[in-house]
Design a protein around this ligand. Sequence first.
Ligand code: MSP
Length: 511
Amino acid sequence: MNKPYYLTTSILYPNAKPHMGHALELVQADFLARYKRLHGESVRFQTGLDEHGLKIQRTAEAANLSPRAFVDQQKEHFTGLIEQLEVVPDQFIRTTDTKHAEVAQAFWRRCLATGDIYKKTYRAWYNIKEEEFLGSADDVKDPSVFGIEERFIELIEEENYFFRLSKYQDEVKRLIEEDVYKITPKNRKNEVLNFVMNKGLQDISISREASKLPWGIPVPEDPSQVMYVWFDALTNYLTGACSIDGQGIITTDLEWPTDLHIVGKDIARFHAAMWPAMLLSAGLEIPKNLLVHGFILGEGGRKMSKSLGNGVDPIDMLKVYGSSTLRWYFLKEIPTTEDGIFTEDRLKEIYASDLANDFGNLVSRVLTMTQKYAEGKVPDVNLEGLGNVEQMIVQQKWEEYHTHLTSFEIDKALEAAHSLVVFSNKRIEEMKPWAMAKDENEHAALQELLYELLEIIRHITLMYQPAMPSIAEIIQSKVFTAEIENPFTWGGLQPGQTLNAEPLILFPRLA
Ligand code: MSP
């Protein structure tokens, strides 16, 4: 049995309702999972929630709820979003699950046994919003240098456990440099390397006093401390993929390591440096790839926020435009590894152009013509030598599509697929099948043209399937119902086969 391709999103903080950034990350991961599956790979796709930490504890207190009751309530918003986005993970981890606590503790024991965990008293500035240590308060007297809003900064003065991150600096650097742990895109890789080289990796506090922050996983053999939320959160990637017994964590070659972590640029460093160092310390294999996406910005290219009035709730968008449209925006309109702007106006434009006018119209025109000029059947043409040019173009687009996806450029892959839609519409305009139908001598050529167009639509549908699964499902279940032996090669449609060529409105006019 082959190892399933194991890919993950980050685990999301449920301190507020899910936002567009969460939706984008889930959709990117779901696209890649579906793409791999469609092309015969077995896949394990994991996502989940990061439910501990100061921010959750405080938000729960403010809502007059216990942290447990609060996260249980919040979870529903996230699973609701996942479902509505047609994102289908194989595993959903909550860091408050018992198994996760056991894994995180077993992991801690392994690092302790390696001698990489020690206790120290210190004073540091802490960013509650990002759950991030900013630096030693002995070195930095004035925290305004961090450029973070004052209300998010706290001074921590405690005796905590530390992880010897510094010990792994050279090894982590080498693994990233040599692409053993491959970071995409290149500029993010360089950013991480510059950080490691210029600033160096410093040992990091990995616990908090339980009296100050009870909402966390207890440190093994020392319940007066709980784990720092990132040490807890990063181990979630193991939770779904390992078992534990008296010996500690057991991974199998079939489950571990992770093939791909997908995260946003703000948390790339935790995944690029801290996580591999933790794994090295625990003697476990490190992940193979880290894909860093950009940020969704609001109108004007500014951070989405209520006060700027440019915030958009993904659930509101889903209600009006449905999952396919929103997924298409995330995947094709926003460059996979760069920032991108989201506005409802642009969403409407894309709906009208890419989806309704280009693709929807192509499908509906070709089906109508098939009914009119070919009795609703796949034209009974001789496949030998037919559609040489079309065949070449489709093959070339498949190659482009796969090449882009090898480097996780989802937007470019979909652009290649979309160019087949543009090509086909242009071909219809040039060939004027309605005029050919009036000319006896053009009869054979018209049948060939219709065959080619139907076959191209079938290929486009396969390319679009990971992006818009329900649209692809409608086309496949209503039009291309027959089983095809080699669906990814040219000529899959059998001449003479009956099609359900009823008119199909995939993207109705918006109200
Ligand atoms: N809980 C941590 C991750 C722990 S992983 C072991 C966390 N959670 S988060 O909810 O703040 O962010 C979850 C993901 O959403 C991150 O990858 C983050 O980069 C991403 N995004 C948050 N805001 C975003 C945008 N505006 N746009 C795109 N993605 C963004 O960090």
